[in-house]
Design a protein around this ligand. Structure first.
Ligand SMILES: [Zn+2]
Ligand SMILES: [Zn+2]
Length: 211
């Protein structure tokens, strides 16, 4: 993480963690999960002298995407896994509980279909497809930190009882995170950050992988 500056912005009534990752060598920044409060996120970007070049979405739930439309600029492309891409262009079952749902939004600019390494200006990251909470849930790995969205939380995991959820796929996705070599900082979509080594040891949903 030596090449980047990381800031967390709490957004929306679900208190979602929106993350801003800024380059140390330029004004370029990546915004992860602008779930609401685009004005607040933009003011933090201004404080950091940062310009958003890419918006990465961990999945398509409203509390991670509703700020997208107001964050978009000609430079700031929006990226999501193809299996959750419909969340931008359609209202969904959550619309009735959201105070204000401005969808449909414009479609994403970048649809992830494959895992692997990606590059945006000076940023490099790898994408792990971790279905379970939603079909198109992904984790973004930057150096030694992982943005896990609603897949892995500190001592908990994302719900698997929504439409599009799959408890069995969730177990396989958690096992993949469990099996990653080495340690990582874990930056989840809600609540506190943690480290993978602690989750391997203490997270009750990873208990089954320990021997
Ligand atoms: Zn979610
Ligand atoms: Zn969430």
């Amino acid at each position: 993480m030596n090449d980047y500056i990381l800031r967390t912005v709490k957004v929306g009534f679900m208190n979602t963690n929106c993350y801003i990752l800024k380059s140390k060598t330029s004004e370029n920044a990546i915004v992860i999960d602008p779930g609401e409060d685009a004005i607040k996120i933009k003011s933090v970007l201004r404080d950091m002298d940062a310009k958003c070049i890419l918006i990465l979405l961990t999945h398509g739930h409203f509390d991670h995407i509703l700020g997208v439309e107001n964050m978009r600029t000609t430079r700031a492309k929006v990226a999501i896994h193809e299996l959750d891409a419909h969340s931008l262009t359609e209202k969904d079952v959550f619309s009735s509980i959201i105070p204000k749902d401005d969808r449909p939004f414009a479609p994403a600019d970048i649809l992830f279909t494959e895992e692997g390494d990606y590059k945006a200006e000076e940023f490099t990251f790898s994408l792990i497809h971790t279905p379970g909470h939603t079909e198109g849930s992904v984790c973004y790995v930057f150096d030694d930190i992982i943005f896990t969205g609603d897949t892995l939380f500190k001592n908990a995991i994302g719900r698997t009882d929504f439409s599009g959820s799959d408890p069995e796929k969730m177990i396989r996705s958690l096992k993949r995170l469990y099996d990653l070599p080495g340690d990582y900082g874990i930056y989840p979509g809600h609540e506190e950050k943690t480290v993978l080594s602690d989750e391997r040891k203490y997270n009750p949903y990873m208990k089954m992988f320990r021997n």
